[in-house]
Design a protein around this ligand. Structure first.
Ligand code: HAM
Length: 425
């Protein structure tokens, strides 16, 4: 087990978690704000569900043999012996919440927040990570699939992530999947000696999952396996053609990927993923698909559904250029001597009352050190309060980006600083 302290004996964060500090927090919030504005423009409303649920919620949806359920859940028993799990993904909690609260269907819901999977941490893969996601309940048309896929791609375009590829597949429905499954099992049974241990087990339990395997020998076998897309029923084929047409209508390029079955059991028909070569091994920026049976499996009415989740850490890793560290919309009030302190304090409070973020140093340090503190706080400007200024009813305002200093009459101070901060932001 890894130590919980560093070599100097100071406590460190658990493996696979991240600390987020300024200015990264600002970048994070901007990306999240872009997501909210985008999905709200498509009629989505926010939903917030618990960070932990009864374990059954995830087992029922992801599938008993999925990696998430067998290896990756943060599962625990609480003090009253409840079997609970930190949510590894958002979809099942949303479905549960809609049904439990008798929320109207059809509905379009979005969420943002932390998720937890116990996997081996590496670049882009963490034990605590964050997703933004959408779920559409009660829409069956292929145009909805195209719209959902488009929204994800548009998000990556708006935040300025490196270009990503849309991978697309269909895995059929309850009518056509049994026949395909039988065909696949027959194929895999004839190749058992070339499959890894895990895929041999999967052959019986969940053969479609074999497509997920990264093992080279399994991949070589799969190159000749029957493909879901070529064995779907007429209705699924028609739906899938509609999805592709919808994407083309929106001029969104996509790549058909016959192996894209996704790691969760609830999918039917359309599956998709956004991938980027900028990320290395963890190349999936986000993914989703249709899950037309899940609502009924949770005891609700037959309800077609589709959604996606996008990884925030991976999105930030894929941003084209890290933003230059911006100065904050904050003004630092610098006072030159004890006589000016009461006036400086009043000025800081007046600025705050005018809606401007202001900070003041109480330590009584020399002005030079107060300027240094302003710089460390990444303030965009300083207001300087000295004896001259006070005597003549003005303040000096220093723009910390350009270094330019201006004398401003006291009654124009708030307007002047506001304009300066707006330009800095
Ligand atoms: P997922 O493909 O398991 O789908 O996760 C979606 C995205 O979350 C991934 O593409 C990745 O960007 C991010 N992600 C997943 N695991 C990690 C990790 N360990 N570290 C960092 N990022 C990670 C779902 O979660 C489905 N609920 C999506 C969905 C919504 N399907 C229908 N509706």
């Amino acid at each position: 087990m890894e130590p919980n302290t560093d070599p100097r004996g100071r406590l460190v964060r658990p493996k696979g978690t991240n600390d987020l500090l300024p200015p990264e927090t600002g970048r994070w919030r901007r990306v999240e704000a872009t997501f909210r504005a985008l999905v709200e423009s498509f009629g989505f409303d926010e939903v917030v569900t618990p960070v932990f649920e009864h374990t059954e919620v995830f087992v029922k949806s992801a599938g008993v043999v999925s990696d998430i359920v067998t290896k990756e859940m943060y599962r625990f028993t609480d003090r009253s012996d409840r079997d609970l799990t930190l949510r590894p993904e958002g979809t099942p909690g949303v479905v549960r919440a809609v049904l439990e609260n008798r929320f109207r269907i059809p509905c379009r819901l979005y969420y943002t927040g932390p998720f937890f999977r116990y996997s081996r941490p590496q670049k882009g893969r963490y034990r605590e990570f964050h997703q933004v996601g959408i779920e559409v309940l009660g829409e069956a048309a292929p145009e909805t699939d195209a719209e959902v896929i488009f929204i994800g791609a548009e998000f990556f375009r708006r935040v300025g992530a490196v270009p990503c590829t849309v991978q697309l597949n269909t895995i059929g429905c309850r009518t056509c999947r049994p026949e395909f499954r039988a065909l696949l099992v027959e194929f895999l049974n004839a190749k058992q000696d070339r499959l890894c241990d895990e895929c041999r087990t999967r052959t019986d339990l969940n053969p479609l999952r074999v497509f997920d395997c990264k093992n080279e020998s399994c991949q070589a076998v799969l190159a000749h396996a029957p493909k879901p897309r070529e064995h779907v029923c007429g209705k699924c084929a028609e739906h899938f053609a509609g999805v592709q047409q919808g994407l083309t209508r929106r001029a969104l390029a996509f790549t058909l990927n016959d192996r894209l079955v996704r790691g969760l059991d609830y999918y039917s028909r359309t599956t998709f993923e956004y991938t980027s070569t900028a990320l290395g091994a963890q190349d999936s920026l986000g993914g989703g698909g249709r899950y037309d049976y899940l609502v009924a499996e949770f005891g609700g009415p037959d309800t077609p559904a589709i959604g996606f989740a996008l990884g925030l850490e991976r999105t930030l890793l894929a941003l084209r250029e890290p933003e230059a560290q911006p100065r904050r919309a904050l003004v630092f009030v610098v006072w030159l001597g004890a006589t000016e302190f009461p006036a400086a304090l009043r000025i800081a409070d007046d600025l705050r009352a005018a809606g401007i973020a202001a900070q003041i140093d109480y330590s009584g340090r020399r002005a030079k050190l107060q300027f240094k503190a302003a710089d460390t706080a990444r303030a965009a400007a300083c207001v300087i309060v000295g004896p001259d200024e006070l005597a003549r009813g003005f303040c000096s305002v220093k723009n910390l980006t350009s270094g330019e200093q201006t004398k401003v009459p006291a009654d124009h101070l708030a307007d002047h600083v506001r304009a300066l901060l707006q330009r800095a932001g």
